[in-house]
Design a protein. Structure first.
Length: 367
């Protein structure tokens, strides 16, 4: 179905197409909960159980509007936001650009969202109706553009949302909020994370805290961040956000747009950082891998590098809502083919796999 609709949707301006997708998921039209995937995909991380390791990255459902619909598509977990304390419009439009040939996206959104109050109301509504969600619901939190003391915004959001979020992701790596990436420097990060973790520890419910980082870090920054992460007690890393770097193979008109690039060109750099942090942290801090995922083999590569879970977003734009379930099913098939009992068995391991080991079903051919 999506294969037929895709050419039409990709002719619609990106933000209008995105709004249609959110409305569709909110409406429940055609909703059918995907059956739980194979038990070999169950992952335990930071005290949470994930029915499968495939998550939705932040940015798709910024305002917690379509939680039920998204979980119904087969994601093992979803990450909402980025939410900021006050509502904000983000950067001027147009601010999202697609390149269909490379299946890439450039965005300079700037954290547009309805703000804490409306976000909290939306998530409260879902939680009131669903006491047992089919997967963890994370919340990606950020600072308002006009905030001169960033940590205050993050502390406020943790205080207000700890009763609703399964975990928090601290977003200090978006390239579209001025000064945000400065928080990644060792001298800024250490006191910042100290206050974040102190705030988390004061909550009645101690939610896991993950830190989302940029793919554009230099070697010295990576080493400094690793030291701070081990010292702080952060529960995990999300690697990575979008990149400011551009491949020479991208169309010139597309590549000149300012903002963060996502899609296949991010994959290699993301995997490099996953492997680097996994080694520096000696596997002691779990990693969620993001960047360029659209197949089970993409997931395997990130897990071989050291990721325990993964997130995707751009792949969803080009492949449609069948993607998370298809990847999960293919992962389970690969595990059986290579005689692994659990998806956790491949994390940080050098194994050889291939999409040739997967069998296409009729659903795939029609997707």
């Amino acid at each position: 179905m999506y294969k037929l609709l895709r050419p039409i949707l990709l002719r619609i301006p990106p933000e209008k197409a995105h709004r249609k997708a959110i409305n569709f998921l909110k409406s429940g039209y055609g909703r059918k909960r995907i059956a739980r995937l194979d038990s070999s995909l169950i992952t335990h991380l930071a005290g949470l159980e994930f029915p499968n390791p495939i998550g939705l990255a932040a940015g798709f459902d910024k305002n917690a509007e379509a939680v039920e619909g998204l979980l119904d598509t087969g994601f093992g977990f979803i990450e909402l936001g980025t939410v900021t304390p006050k509502p904000q419009d983000g950067n001027p439009q147009p601010r999202v650009f697609r390149d269909k040939k490379s299946r890439s996206v450039i965005n300079r959104m700037g954290f547009p969202n309805v703000g804490l109050k409306a976000f909290k109301d939306n998530l409260n509504e879902y939680r009131a109706l669903h006491h047992h969600a089919p997967g963890p619901i994370g919340v990606n939190i950020g600072m308002n553009k006009d905030q001169s003391e960033p940590v205050k915004d993050y502390v406020l959001l943790i205080n207000e949302l700890s009763g609703l979020a399964s975990y928090f992701t601290i977003n200090i790596s978006s390239p579209n909020t001025p000064g945000l990436r400065d928080l990644q420097s060792k001298e800024n990060l250490e006191p910042f994370l100290g206050q974040i973790m102190e705030t988390r520890d004061k909550q009645e419910r101690h939610r896991p805290v993950f830190l989302k980082l940029s793919p554009d870090l230099e070697d010295e920054q990576i080493e400094g961040i690793s030291e701070v992460v081990l010292k702080s007690g952060v529960d995990g890393l999300v690697l990575t956000n979008t990149t400011l770097h551009r491949s020479q193979s991208l169309p010139r008109g597309f590549a000149k747009e300012k903002g963060g690039l996502s899609g296949p060109f991010l994959q290699e750099r993301s995997n490099e950082l996953i492997a680097r942090f996994y080694k520096l942290l000696d596997g002691k801090v779990p990693i969620i891998g993001a960047g360029g995922i659209s197949t089970a083999s993409d997931v395997i590569e990130k897990m071989k590098a050291g990721a325990s879970l993964v997130q995707l977003y751009t792949g969803l734009i080009y492949e449609g809502p069948v993607l998370p379930h298809r990847i999960g099913r293919d992962l389970a098939q690969l595990l059986k083919t290579y005689e692994y009992e659990s998806i956790a068995d491949i994390v940080g391991k050098n194994i050889e796999t291939s999409d040739k080991d997967l069998k296409l079903t009729d659903d795939d051919k029609a997707a």
